[in-house]
Design a protein around this ligand. Structure first.
Ligand code: FUB
Length: 450
């Protein structure tokens, strides 16, 4: 457990703070460069992964994927792709994005090319949004120089797909329908990074526009929006618009200032609409132990103005409001988390479970719909040093619905407890207790019944 638990406890006392905090979205890992995608009414979020021990430079070896149906409880699906899955890549698993086309999910990534000793853009493919993804080409799609980072892919209404990328040179290709090759006749188009197109925030060179890296292409009401980190280090977020997916781009303004408190020197935007709301995904360094190389993804809601502008968006600790409730009558994976303190998740044989559970750690699950009444809890747990799972209502110190003793031989077992019939929508807090200072047990899934 590298995220210092004492720091965690100090930071989150009094525990009432954690009742309202939803940002950063993921607390079990350091995650960055969020790329949202909606498929089949579910929001997926692909992230990069800052290693817990990164101090003086990025240590990034894999990409992760999460999903939600309510915008507050995020299910951890584990590693979508790792450098080890790409024959040609050996370091810097940097920003990426997934899009769906023709029954397949295409994951555009950038990573360090072992032989060329430069960054390159590749594409991996899967039948499922959560992967596992496989290298589609066995080699990169784009290999020019160190600037080949941060791909963003957008499929227009006429079916034409565009991939933009680059630091500091913004560039694009028109992807072919197979999504793993591009129109060679058009080739790689370098976009003029002028102040008129990208603002005058470039601190090193005022002649040049403010665009730095991390583009995100979005279309709304026939207008194309290009969002990007700008200005230099530390980065703020800005956007430009165009009536065409290939520009020319007109600078519109800042959308997020440099995050001073709990920020990172980078930021990285992802804009998406979901269930009638507009969201900006970005990252900061606000998790305990966080910083420029140990970042965390966040999301805040905003509204386009009546004339189609993106307003300034303030990063919040509160995050976003739920847009749905969670059904507890079906088995819920324990790694479906609104907020957690102290725990991690572990992948084993294709299964993911909550691990690194110590005395005093907890998981918050938001807006659990008890309906007209539930009175039974079942959980799949496996003891390590033994302990107790407390099921509490609405806060860490909230009413104790029931306690499950996890003291078995170590294999997964289904344990249950009955509790006073409880109705309506509540947050559940799973609070972990035990005498051992080591990990107490693992937690796989749970459900309630009437
Ligand atoms: O996460 C590594 C790099 O930092 C990304 O590729 C950039 O966008 C910046 O966030």
């Amino acid at each position: 457990m590298t995220i210092n638990k004492i720091t965690c406890l100090l930071l989150w006392l009094p525990s009432t703070i954690s009742l309202i905090a939803q940002n950063p979205v993921v607390q079990t890992y350091y995650t960055a460069d969020p790329a949202p995608m909606v498929y089949d009414d579910v929001m997926y979020m692909y992230t990069t992964h800052d290693h817990d021990t990164a101090k003086t430079f990025f240590r990034m070896y894999d990409w992760r994927v999460y999903s939600t149906s309510d915008m507050v409880n995020w299910r951890d699906h584990g590693t979508a792709l790792a450098l080890a899955d790409l024959d040609w890549a050996d370091d810097r698993a940097w920003a990426a994005q997934t899009v769906f086309r023709n029954g397949k999910f295409y994951f555009y990534i950038c990573a360090h090319h072992r032989e060329l000793n430069q960054m390159a853009i590749g594409v991996a493919v899967s039948d499922k949004p959560t992967g596992p993804f496989k290298d589609a080409l066995g080699k990169p799609l784009i290999t020019q120089d160190w600037g080949d980072i941060d791909p963003t892919v957008f499929i227009d209404d006429d079916g034409q797909a565009y991939m933009y990328w680059g630091n500091p040179q913004l560039q694009y290709v028109k992807l072919n329908e197979d999504m793993v090759s591009y129109d060679e006749e058009v080739g790689i188009v370098k976009v003029p990074v002028t102040p008129a197109s990208f603002g005058n925030s470039n601190r090193k060179n005022p002649e040049r526009g403010g665009y730095v890296e991390g583009p995100w292409l979005h279309k709304q009401d026939d207008l194309y929006y290009l969002l990007y980190p700008a200005g230099g280090i530390p980065e703020h977020l800005a956007y430009s618009t165009s009536e065409n997916p290939t520009g020319p781009w007109t600078y519109q303004g800042k959308i997020m200032e440099v995050i001073e408190e709990g920020g990172a020197f980078t930021n990285h935007p992802g804009l998406i609409n979901y269930k009638g709301h507009s969201y900006l995904f970005y990252h900061n360094g606000a998790l305990p132990g966080g910083g420029g190389f140990t970042r965390s993804v966040c999301v805040d809601e905003f509204q386009f103005t009546a004339d189609g502008k993106i307003p300034m968006i303030s990063p919040t600790k509160e995050g976003v409001k739920r847009v749905d409730v969670l059904d507890p009558l079906e088995w819920v994976e324990a790694e479906t988390i609104a907020y957690s303190n102290g725990v991690k998740t572990t992948e084993s044989d294709g299964e993911i479970f909550v691990s690194d559970i110590h005395n005093g750690d907890y998981i918050k699950v938001q807006a659990v719909d008890f309906g007209k009444g539930c009175k039974q809890f079942e959980g799949k747990l496996a003891s390590i040093n033994g302990g107790r799972l407390e099921i509490r209502l609405d806060s860490v110190e909230g009413a104790l619905l029931g306690t499950v003793d996890v003291t078995g031989p170590g294999a997964w077992e289904t344990l249950s407890t009955s509790f006073k019939k409880t109705k309506g929508v509540h947050d559940i807090y799973f609070v972990f207790r035990g005498e051992s200072e080591e990990a107490l047990f693992n937690f796989d899934s749970w459900k309630l019944s009437k």
